[in-house]
Design a protein. Structure first.
Length: 508
């Protein structure tokens, strides 16, 4: 009997701790008991975990607000909000709403090995972002165009080969090869080789996929992350092992780069500098401000965040164009006309793409309908609590908004499930309406935590889409695609065929 009691003691302690935590949360948040939601969300995070596990939470989140209203309970002490006024309070300038503990799953458990995206320290994040924001700014894009063009050239060769063979292929996978190789060139000055090889190299993309799944799910039960990360790190198939692999990968790339002899040039004299070159120049100039760890951290951030978001967004643009032929025809007409006028180069420049109004509307509408991120941006209510959507949320409550919920708000985007780029052009005539649309448009996040690589992603999309549509015809193999949502809402079977178009000069 005593042995049985001893063996069951850990379970008894776990259950006791769980009940005490639940009672404490319920007492602290007693003023929010009226907030609706699925029954089990009052007692456990398991309901939310299971829904996220299913990989369709962007759809679940929209349905929850349609059923329960503006504020919905997702788990004990955790609430999803669909209220435009709350956006400014939670994510606006000077916000004190820090990232929630869910983001712990996206970093190494060692507190000294923090990275920018999951950093919950508002002050440190702001200081770090200031150090490197210029590397990702719009003004830096011109220096990266040559890198994008080099990968785009290889991508075009591969499309031509698929056209010659009349072979179906997974376009989402090839968009990721492109995005990964572009970020490799921008960061390290060389492609990773995905476009050249035509497949995942050394399991890098597979490792990244495991990181996304692991981090998304362990973040819900983040207290288990320090316990599981170490034992799982030895297995590449695990998310922890995938992160450990990517960390080693970045360290090797940096070591390879720094071991090469450098040309004797002054800072700023290189016509095209890589991200790593700029980082190392900044480190050498002020080692206290930019450390070796900063160089590593930003290199890792580029790898983890630099391919999926762009690949998903590229896929969303092409997918919706293929399933809306009139829109595709209008966009092609614009591209062909710009080409005829000499305003669209063989290698489409970023500036040229910005001058195409219909293309800009197409890109914006596609990212509205299929934002790369599909979970709420969870934040913690700061000391003193906060009034949100008619409820007082006490300190420590977790609140968040999901881009998908806002992007499908019929009050702002009538007929929201319809792909209609014209809505953005029409809104130009109604500044008040356009202001509201832009306020809740968040494919790259919100406020001070907006994706730092946003402009690089837009650069890659802006240069590639007009170019491939001018040169190739695409046909989707399936009427609809399947996706899975582990933070990023990623298509799993975007199968297409491609054939060469007649040259633009023959069409006009």
């Amino acid at each position: 009997m005593h042995i049985l009691l001893l063996l069951s003691l850990p379970l008894i302690l776990f259950i006791t701790r769980y009940i005490l935590t639940l009672l404490t949360t319920s007492y602290t948040h007693r003023t929010l008991l009226s907030i609706p939601g699925p029954l089990w969300t009052r007692f456990t995070r398991l309901w939310y975990f299971r829904r996220v596990w299913n990989g369709k939470f962007e759809e679940d989140n929209i349905a929850l607000h349609e059923k329960y209203g503006t504020v919905v309970r997702i788990a004990p002490g955790q609430y999803s909000i669909n209220d435009r006024a709350a956006l400014r309070t939670i994510y606006g300038p000077g916000t004190k709403f820090a990232k929630s503990a869910w983001y712990e799953g996206w970093k190494h458990p060692d507190p000294e090995r923090w990275t920018l995206f999951p950093d919950r320290d508002i002050k440190r994040h702001g200081e770090t972002r200031k150090r490197f924001s210029s590397l990702y700014s719009m003004s830096s894009l011109v220096s990266y165009e040559e890198f994008v063009d080099q990968s785009a050239d290889v991508f075009f060769q591969r499309l031509g080969e698929f056209a010659d063979r009349d072979a179906a292929f997974n376009m989402g996978e090839w968009f990721q090869f492109y995005a990964f190789d572009v970020i490799g060139q921008i960061t390290y000055g060389q492609r990773f080789g995905f476009l050249d090889k035509g497949h995942d190299i050394d399991g890098t993309i597979d490792a990244l996929g495991h990181v996304l799944i692991y981090s998304t799910l362990i973040g819900i039960y983040n207290e288990w992350h320090p316990r599981l990360f170490g034992p799982l790190s030895g297995f590449k198939w695990s998310g922890a092992g995938g992160r450990a692999y990517l960390m080693r990968y970045v360290q090797e790339k940096i070591a390879q780069f720094t071991s090469k002899p450098k040309p004797a040039v002054e800072q700023g004299s290189l016509k095209t500098q890589t991200f790593l070159e700029k980082m190392i120049l900044a480190r050498d100039k002020d080692p206290e401000k930019v450390t070796d760890y900063h160089v590593f951290m930003m290199g890792l951030s580029n790898i983890i965040a630099g391919s999926d978001t762009t690949a998903i967004s590229l896929s969303a643009i092409l997918y919706h164009l293929l399933h809306n032929p009139p829109v595709l025809a209008n966009l092609r007409a614009e591209i062909d006309e710009f080409t005829r006028q000499g305003r669209c180069s063989e290698r489409v420049t970023f500036k040229e793409s910005q001058d195409m109004p219909y293309f800009q509307a197409v890109m914006k509408e596609a990212l509205r309908m299929h934002s790369a991120t599909g979970l709420p941006f969870w934040r913690v209510v700061p000391p003193g609590g906060a009034e949100l959507s008619g409820h007082f949320f006490p300190e420590g409550a977790v609140v968040g908004v999901n881009a998908w919920v806002y992007h499908y708000d019929e009050a702002v985007f009538p007929d929201a499930k319809r792909f209609r780029p014209e809505r953005w052009i029409e809104a130009e005539e109604d500044p008040a309406r356009l202001k509201v649309m832009n306020e809740i448009y968040m494919p790259f996040g919100l406020g001070s935590r907006t994706c730092l690589g946003k402009h690089i992603s837009i650069l890659e999309m802006s240069k590639l889409i007009p170019r491939i549509l001018r040169e190739f015809d695409f046909a989707a193999e399936k009427a609809t695609w399947n996706t899975e949502n582990f933070w990023f809402v990623k298509p799993t079977d975007f199968s297409v065929r491609v054939r060469r178009r007649a040259s633009s000069s023959e069409k006009v």
